[in-house]
Design a protein around this ligand. Structure first.
Ligand code: ASC
Length: 231
């Protein structure tokens, strides 16, 4: 049991480190290689998009997925843990929505067309699905009305949808990074492997590793919160 606990801690610390590095790399990308941050209809406003997506939709969503696995929370009430799980997902949803406002606002100010790329199609779809998942999750599992039979029926779908959404977010981020590099480096050339290209490719790899760690942690049956009778 102690061995499993240390294995868990090692992976949790790794996930936190890689997740934190992903956010840091995104900030360095927009602050050092790009123009910085602002809310003025220019590229500075666009730059909030990657920062808010990686912070909220990748890092905070990833942590929200594994909160029930933290062994020191197993003595906390299930209701408290559900509130933290839902609360972190709600924060992630709000950051994802603001990240979309930043892009649409920037596009409209610069007369750039909206919603033509695969990144935008998959991205908007996954934000809508995330909000639906959050509303359904709160209605069925957090609020007290739903009968146990309905909860038991929906739980496998909730888990499946949640992991599908998380994986799709990561795939969408990779498309977004690639798309931005093709736009931003067309003259100086992504194909010549400039420092920004190497740096952002590394950011993409960090995000894949973060997703892999969260997926591993959440799929270990021995790290699940012990199920209390009648819940
Ligand atoms: C809940 C809760 C669980 C599950 C279970 C359905 O709301 O606390 O442990 O749903 O009842 O599988």
């Amino acid at each position: 049991a102690m061995d499993g606990y240390r294995g868990f801690l090692g992976l949790l610390v790794s996930a936190l480190l890689v997740g934190f590095l992903s956010v840091l790399f995104t900030l360095i990308w927009v602050l050092h290689y790009r123009e910085g941050l602002g809310w003025d209809g220019t590229a500075l406003e666009f730059n909030w998009h990657p920062v808010l997506v990686v912070t909220g939709f990748v890092f905070i969503q990833g942590i929200a997925i594994i909160v029930y696995r933290l062994p020191w929370t197993w003595k906390c009430s299930k209701l408290l843990m559900k509130s933290i799980h839902a609360g972190l997902h709600a924060v992630a949803a709000i950051l994802a929505i603001i990240s979309l406002v930043a892009v649409f606002d920037f596009h409209n100010a610069k007369n750039i067309p909206n919603m033509y790329s695969l990144h935008s199609w998959v991205g908007l779809t996954v934000v809508i699905l995330y909000i639906l998942q959050l509303l359904l999750g709160v209605s069925i599992f957090l609020l007290p009305w739903a009968p146990l039979s309905l909860r038991a029926l929906v739980m496998p779908i909730h888990v499946y949808s949640g992991l599908l959404i998380f994986g799709t977010v990561i795939a969408t981020v990779l498309m977004g990074v690639t798309e931005k590099l093709f736009f931003a480096l067309n003259s100086s050339g992504y194909s010549t492997s400039p420092p920004e290209g190497i740096f952002t490719n590394t950011l993409g790899l960090l995000i894949v590793v973060f997703g892999a760690l969260i997926f591993w942690i959440v799929t270990r049956p021995q790290w699940q919160r012990p199920k209390e009778p009648n819940s």
